[in-house]
Design a protein around this ligand. Structure first.
Ligand SMILES: [Zn+2]
Length: 160
């Protein structure tokens, strides 16, 4: 049953342990899920409750200092000696998600050299090594490899 809330998207806050509390907007029944695997997923999910209600929800990872961005950058893949431009869509302290502008030869497990500029006042340049976690068509998810223990540039940029 889709209710009049069909077009409302509820934001469910994910805590620092990746636990998210999904509360039914109709009856208030709550359950807990682990949202770890959804960190870079932008999708809106449809949940159904025991009471029969269906509602739309998205995971809100703000506590994880994740930010949706639109930043240009470049990657170099030493394994395939391949470099190209990219468009970063999601940025966090731990990694990022980007799209390649065309065909690519990136595979899961590759270590990429990545550089991009933040859209802050100083256009701070960020250079990182990153390990590829997931490849879906032109959408790539990476985690930073040997991330610096103190990372003020990204930290200030991502601070909520
Ligand atoms: Zn319910």
């Amino acid at each position: 049953m889709i209710t009049e809330q069909e077009h409302t998207v509820h934001n469910f806050h994910v805590d620092s342990d990746n636990q998210v509390r999904i509360e039914c907007p109709e009856c208030g029944l709550a359950r807990f899920l682990n949202a770890e695997g959804f960190r870079y997923v932008r999708d809106v999910f449809i949940f159904s409750c025991q009471c029969g209600a269906e509602f739309r929800g998205a995971f809100d990872f703000r506590n994880g200092w994740m930010r949706r961005v639109n930043l240009g950058g470049e990657y170099y893949n030493p394994r395939s000696d391949d470099s190209d431009e990219m468009r970063i869509e999601v940025l966090s302290m731990d990694g990022l998600a980007f799209r390649t502008l065309g065909r690519h030869s990136i595979e899961r497990g590759d270590i990429l050299n990545i550089n991009f500029r933040l859209d802050n006042v100083l256009s701070t340049e960020i250079r990182r090594q990153a390990r590829v976690l997931n490849v879906t068509d032109t959408a790539i998810e990476v985690e930073f490899h040997r991330r610096p223990p103190y990372d003020p540039d990204l930290g200030f940029y991502l601070m909520p």
